[in-house]
Design a binder for this molecule. Sequence first.
Ligand code: SF4
Ligand code: SF4
Length: 409
Amino acid sequence: MQYRIDKKSGKELSVLGMGCMRFPAVLGVTGKKKAQALVETAIADGINYFDTAWLYAGNEETLGEALENLGARNRINIATKLPILLVKKPEDFDRYFNETLKRLRTTFVDYYLLHMLTDVSTWERLQSLGIREWAAAKQKSGAIRQFGFSFHGNRDSFLALLAVYEWDFCQIQFNYSDENFQAGLTGLNAAAERGIPVVIMEPLLGGRLADSLPKEARGILSGAKMPEGVANTPAAWALRWVLNHRGVTVVLSGMTTIPQIRENASVAGVSTVHSLTKEELDVYGKVRAVFSAQNKIACTGCGYCIPCPRGINIPGVFSAYNSSYLMGRLAGWQQYMTSAVFTSKKHGGPSLCVACGRCERHCPQNLSIIQQLRLVRRRMEPFYFRLLIAGVRRFLGHTGGAKPKGTVS
Ligand code: SF4
Ligand code: SF4
C-alpha cells in the first residue's frame, strides 16, 4: 500500500480507502460477520481510511462494531457525514453527531463531512444555523479532527464553495468516463492548489467501469499491458487512472469481497502520480468513447432516490435500460422484467411516476429522473411489451396500483 500526506493534518493516508456504503449489514449477523472480515482484510492490506455516513442504513453501527471487535479504532481514520438535508434547526447538528458517535462506538471522528453540500446557498443556510461556530467548537474539543464536505454539484458551485470556508478536505466524484463531470479535473486541481486534500468517490462509477463495462471496451483493456503483479481488470485500469493525478489523496472503493480488496490493494501498491504512459492514456480514450456511446443514463445505483412513494425501482429500471444498450435488447428486457418491474407484489415500473420530484432532489448525479423514466418507458415498453406486462401482472396477481392524475406516459 502507498500512502499520501494529508497536507492539512500531516497524516499519512492510504491511497486506497474503504467505501463502506455497500457493507452487507442488511444480512443481520451473517452480514456483520462478513463486514468484519472485510474490515480486517482491508486493515491487514494497509488501508487506514474508512468512509461511511449517517444516511447509510446500518452502516456506521456495522463499522463501529467491527472496529471494536478488532480493537482497531485508533489504527484507522473514520470518515463520516452529517445529513445536511435533514438539518432544520441548530440542535440538529449535535443530535446527528452524537448519534453517529454512539453508532461508531467512538468519542471522535477523524474526517467529518457535510454530506452532499452542492451549492453556496445551502452553505449559507447552514451558516445561519451556526455551522461555523458548531464545527469550530467540535474541532477545539477534539471530537472532530478534520472538517470538510462531499460534493455532487457543478464545477462553478464547487469553486465557489472552496472559497467560502477554510476546509480541511473535500470529497468529489472523479473517474475516467468523464473528467469534466461535476467538480471535474478543474475542481480537483483548484482544491489541490489551495492545499486541500481531495478524497475521490465513484472511481468505478458504481461498478459501471468494472463488471458492467461493455464487451468491446473490455476487449480494448485486456489487449493492453498492465504493470507486473497487477491483474489486468477493468477495475484496476479505473483505479490507476484516478491515482495518476497529483491532486488525489485517497480514492474510495466500495469493496464487497475479500478478493476485491486484495486486487485493489495491489493496484494501490504500485500506481504512482503521472506514471501512465501516452499509450496507456490512449487506451483510456478508446474505452471512454465506447463507454459513452453505450451508457445512456449515468445512474450509479447509489439508491439515494428510493424509496419512491409510488414504489418505482428507479436504479433497477435505469440499470435495465442501460443493459439493453450494453448487452442487447433481449438481455435488457429480461433484466427489466425480472429485477426491475416485477420485484415485489407491486408493479414497480416507470408508468407509476406522478412527477412529484422527490427523487430528483436526492440524486447526487443530478439526473432528470422524471424525464429519463419517460425515455425508459418508451424503449422498454413498446405496445406489444405492455400487453405482455399486463398478462404477466394478471397471472401473478399484481395490482400495479391505480393510475393517478399526472402519471408519466
Ligand atoms: S418523481 Fe416519480 S419516480 Fe420520482 S419519487 Fe416521484 S413518483 Fe417516484
Ligand atoms: S437515479 Fe440518482 S439517486 Fe437514484 S440510484 Fe441513480 S444515481 Fe443514485
